[in-house]
Design a protein around this ligand. Structure first.
Ligand code: NAP
Length: 485
């Protein structure tokens, strides 16, 4: 049993039209703590029927909401923001319990999640239209921005709160209603946010959360229902492509935040200490289960030996354990399948000639704990270079020239985050130009913030979240052509 300051944040039913609901015929599903595999909660298993009801209720709720002033909407969003921060300790406890990340990381994610609510409460007031110089003397041309319609949001387990608010806050600020389907591994964080939204005063039906294990069935309703006008998804590239195809039948707008394969390029002239610190932050946060994690660490030959020595030293000092223990740096992976996948990538690299300088296997702690790992002599043929690792494994690849580094970095269908470490200013601008990535960290490994646009190129996604651009994904531009006047 999870003990919270406010036990009523632990919700275990779906949230539809302001009520906590279930589908008794579908029973319940268990939510596990990945650190000890113990059952944390039994949650109502809801499915397509609840998803349909939630959409109908959202359609009705949106009618009133979109007519309110942006300032009025901002007022309620601001209350939600305050409530999230007031309850940050409990929200972080829920997150660590169901997701496994260290408590300090959960607390940071709650602040990050809240930051989107505060940001978009303000941005909603600035959804300006235009007055366009007309092409004829007796015409006046204007544009208005209007909410896109009911939004469906499907979110992953790796950032169970921030991936919800990064979508919900701009949608609500724009005047949309929302149906959220969180990952089945982490429904409790989503339901706690819904409880706080209810307390903040959002009208019933405006925010709905459908929880259940039938992702295909629920996803089918959310992507197929004609009254859902926008689907926003964060998750794997495989499922993102499937949802885009399903959305085509009703020509829904989509925003897709999909998988990455981030190159982290360290040149000979880099500040060694900063580069190691950048890799540690980017690679090992959330046990490497982050879409913008350094996935391939490309190191120029001059700095390679020193870098490998210092990185290995830092990785060996990491403490693996239960996220609730304040001494823990790295928690467990989300489940057994995730651990098997990480281990098979490491085995493939070792079989192909790579060497483990640290880790290289599952931990003696058992369960879903994997040893923080450094692999050297990695080559582009290995799976660990080509696939998203989603685990605490740092593959290091040697390169000689800048051109080699660029070719290797861009040799992937992904295009989310990339990183470069160098002191050379002209190289910084050249690399920023030629890397086919939506985001470039330059001498910095932690790039996420609500004020900057997050998103990917190529198969990493469509659209941008956060920043002044993030609300555009939830607005339609309407053009008015007025004769006379
Ligand atoms: P996933 O398997 O794609 O799951 C994501 C969400 O989609 C979950 O809610 C899941 O539900 C649901 N889902 C699964 N199959 C579905 C289907 N057929 N129809 C509709 N919904 C479906 O991804 P994941 O393993 O949870 O998350 C890891 C991935 O997310 C990584 O590739 C990572 O890079 C990516 N990610 C990207 C970003 C970004 O901003 N670009 C951020 C974070 C993560 P169930 O859990 O119930 O199966």
């Amino acid at each position: 049993m999870l003990h919270l300051n406010d036990q009523s944040l632990l919700r275990t039913r779906a949230f539809v039209a302001g009520s906590w609901v279930e589908e008794p015929e579908l029973g319940e599903f268990s939510v596990f703590n990945p650190a000890d595999d113990k059952v944390l909660a039994s949650v109502a298993n809801t499915g397509p029927k609840t998803a349909n009801t939630a959409i109908e209720k959202a359609v009705v709720a949106m009618e009133g909401w979109k007519r309110r002033t942006a300032k009025d909407r901002a007022h309620i969003l601001r209350k939600w923001f305050d409530l999230i921060l007031t309850n940050a300790e409990d929200l972080a406890l829920i997150m660590t319990a169901e997701q496994g990340k260290p408590l300090a990381e959960s607390q940071a994610e709650i602040r990050y999640a809240a930051s989107f609510v505060e940001w978009f409460a303000e941005e909603g007031k600035r959804a300006y239209g235009d007055v366009i110089p007309a092409h004829a003397p007796d015409l006046r041309l204007l544009t208005l921005k209007q909410p896109v319609g009911v939004v469906a949001a499907i979110t992953p387990w790796n950032f169970p709160s921030a991936m919800i608010t990064r979508k919900a806050a701009p949608a609500l600020a724009a005047g949309c209603a929302l149906v959220i389907k969180p990952a089945a591994e982490t429904p409790l964080s989503a339901l706690a946010l819904a409880e706080l939204a209810h307390r903040a005063g959002f009208p019933d039906g405006l925010i709905n959360v459908v929880v259940g294990t039938d992702a295909v069935g629920i996803g089918g309703v959310l992507s197929g229902h004609p009254q859902v006008r926008k689907l926003t998804f964060t998750g794997s590239t495989r499922v993102g492509k499937l949802l885009m195809a399903q959305c085509a039948a009703t020509v829904k707008k989509t925003s897709m935040e999909l998988g990455g394969n981030a190159p982290f390029i360290i040149f000979d002239d880099a500040d060694l200490r900063a580069a190691v610190a950048g890799v540690m932050a980017s690679k090992f946060r959330n046990a490497g289960q982050t879409c913008i994690s350094a996935n391939r660490i490309l190191v120029q030959e001059g700095i390679y030996p020193d870098f490998v020595r210092e990185l290995t030293r830092a990785v060996k000092a990491l403490r693996l354990g239960d996220g609730r223990d304040p001494d823990t740096d790295i928690g467990p992976l989300i489940d057994g399948a995730a651990l098997d996948n990480v281990d098979s990538l490491v085995r493939n690299a070792l079989d192909g000639g790579a060497m483990a300088m640290a880790g290289g296997q599952a931990s003696v702690l058992g369960g879903q704990f994997y040893e923080p790992t450094v692999l050297v002599d990695v080559t582009p043929e290995m799976r660990v270079f080509r696939e998203e690792i989603f685990g605490p494994v740092a593959p290091v690849v040697r390169f000689s020239s800048e051109a080699d580094a660029i070719a290797m970095a861009n040799d992937t269908s992904a295009g989310l985050a990339s990183y470069i470490y160098t002191q050379n200013v002209s190289r910084i601008f050249h690399m920023a130009d030629v890397l086919d990535y939506g985001m470039v960290g330059i001498n910095e490994g932690m790039i996420s913030t609500e004020v900057a646009p997050f998103g990917g190129m190529k198969e990493s996604g469509v659209g941008r979240e956060g920043s002044k651009y993030g609300i555009d994904d939830y607005l339609e531009i309407k053009y008015l052509c007025i004769r006379g006047g």
